[in-house]
Design a protein around this ligand. Structure first.
Ligand SMILES: C[S@@+](CC[C@H](N)C(=O)[O-])C[C@H]1O[C@@H](n2cnc3c(N)ncnc32)[C@H](O)[C@@H]1O
Length: 251
């Protein structure tokens, strides 16, 4: 299966794709094989361990350090390797795990840059959603330089709303939403950045399963994702009890 052509994905038989890869472990590994064909470099077993430890790969990303499994990290890394986005936007990360893998993929493509936006909230803030205030305590450039990524990623310690206003003209080829996890927060990120996603580009949502079966849960990405699936034809869901990932391509 080839997905090198960025416009191919919506036109192919999405249901075949979905059936073939319904198990998220299979999809991440299969996509990973495609990227191995394309100059496999840093993501060796030692590299995997280092990325997970240095950037806080967590169970919510289906990471397993002992099994050297990058979980959803494989999906981001591989999708970026094969679709070669020019402008990548990542919203929200505790210690930079997914943004680092996105930047690594750009570096290994020798193409594309990541804008990483996080408000830097810590536990005392009602909108931290697991944030530890990390981005206000360290120098993000030095943090991403630890595996040679500083040239490929720029960190903006601010809310996505503020970033959106400050860079109102930017457009994107790949957007990852993992910041404010309330229904309003996720939907507002979708509304702000969907119009600025280029045709053929991808938008991915984390935690689209979390809280779906609990009426008291403050998590709202699942509700946004349900709404999005009704609005768009090509959403692919990777359900997972702990988190879940939704992938949408603009056609
Ligand atoms: C910690 S992440 C959630 C965990 C994440 N799934 C991971 O794997 O690292 C949520 C982050 O979103 C950030 N955040 C919350 N509201 C935000 C907003 N409006 N704009 C940007 N970042 C936001 C918080 O500072 C926090 O670091």
């Amino acid at each position: 299966m080839k997905i090198y052509n960025r416009h191919l994905f919506p036109r192919m038989n999405v249901y075949l794709f979905y059936d073939a890869f319904i198990n998220s472990v299979t999809i991440v590994k299969s996509l990973f094989c495609l990227s191995i064909e394309k100059n496999f470099t840093f993501v060796t077993h030692r590299g995997i361990k280092r990325i997970i430890e240095q950037y806080g790969g967590a169970p919510g990303q289906i990471v397993n350090s002992l099994q050297k499994n990058l979980g959803y990290g494989y999906l981001h890394y591989s999708l970026i390797r094969v679709t070669r986005p020019k402008h990548v936007l990542c919203i929200g990360s505790r210690y930079g795990y997914i943004p680092a893998l996105c930047a690594l993929a750009c570096k290994e493509n020798s193409y594309g840059k990541v804008d990483f936006v996080d408000a830097g909230y810590d536990r005392s803030h009602p909108k931290a959603w697991g944030g530890e205030g990390f981005w206000k305590q360290i120098d993000p450039e030095k943090h991403f330089a630890l595996i040679g990524l500083s040239e490929w990623i720029t960190t903006f310690v601010m809310t996505s709303q503020k970033y959106n206003k400050r860079f109102a003209k930017k457009t994107y080829d790949y957007v990852y939403i993992d910041g404010d996890h309330s229904y309003e927060g996720v939907f507002s990120d979708y509304l702000m950045f969907w119009p600025r996603l280029r045709k053929g580009g991808f938008m991915l949502f984390h935690d689209i399963s979390q809280g779906a079966n609990d009426k008291q849960s403050p998590f709202g990405a699942w509700k946004v994702w349900q709404k999005i699936l009704k609005m768009h034809q090509y959403g692919i869901t990777f359900p997972n009890q702990r988190s879940g990932l939704g992938v949408l391509q603009k056609s």
